[in-house]
Design a protein around this ligand. Sequence first.
Ligand code: FA5
Length: 343
Amino acid sequence: MQNELDKIRAEALAATTTASSIEEVEEIRIQYLGRKGALTQILRSLGNIPPEERSSVGKLSNRYKVEIETAIEEKRTSLSRTGSEELVRKQWIDVTLDAPAATTQERLGRIHPISQIQYEIEDILTSMGFEIHDGPEVETDYYNFEALNIPKHHPARDMQDTFWTEDGNLLRTHTSAIQVRAMEKVKPPFRVVGPGRVFRYESTDASHENTFYQVEGMMVDRDITVSHLIYVMKKLLQEIFHRDVAVRLRPGYFPFVEPGFELDIHCLICDGAGCSVCKQSGWVELLPCGLVHPNVLRMGGINPDEWSGFAFGLGLNRLAMMKYGINDIRHFLSGDIRFLKQF
Ligand code: FA5
């Protein structure tokens, strides 16, 4: 029996020494010390051994069991240490190293030119006491049309054809919907500004997109006149362009203002000579505006006999085109990194 025990011990220790993975070590443990392991079998069969040998075989078996267990444990510890060291070696990075300059440049993100100009306008208008408001891009017919004095079947709806959802809502065609939402939240006197993305079902060209951006502005107070409107518009454009820019005001029709105007800016792409952006006219339609129609004030719960106001809807894409000299509106949503990198 002693010979058999010595053989088991020698084999188990030799196998443990040469094992190269934790899984292999576990197999050795099962083979010798597991429930059906070679040494376990001997310990279990001690009862069948003649009494005079039992004590010495029992002692020896237990001594070898402890020896094999210790060897296995030591091997397991050493293999797992090597594994962690290997992992650290493979995954090591020097966090103090600078990335090569070219790589840093390529990976730096930029703020989209439309967002840049939007933030600039927000700063200018908030400094004049305007408060920023928001509204959803999927709007109801009420906020986009009805409350703006554009009832169903009004011909003005044709100018702003858009995408409708099956439940009767629509992708808002203008930020004027934000005016209506603002009037529900604030009481006059107030000044609000609402930037946002708008949508129209129309074919694209150098100055038309189906998805573009506007900034709505509305001021309601006592005795507001066209002079207040013109002053704020000119001040806003001066601040954006950091100089005086030629503008012209002509009558414009929008059911939610009366009187209504189109404020055009002298085309800065061709300096008025005529190009595809200004459709050879030398002027770019940028900023429709007017005095808020009494019906709109009434729908917003404001008494038009007591209060009056002006509103405007600035086309952000076209403004960015004038400011940065961009000759095609389709660049903005092209996702072309070469275009975006310039700002
Ligand atoms: C409106 O959307 C009115 N809600 C503006 C308004 C607000 C008038 C408050 C009076 C009072 P209009 O459809 O003209 O108006 O659009 C306003 C501006 O958005 C235009 O001057 C132009 O700069 C821009 N715009 C309009 N359609 C497009 C388009 N398809 N692509 C790019 N920009 C556009």
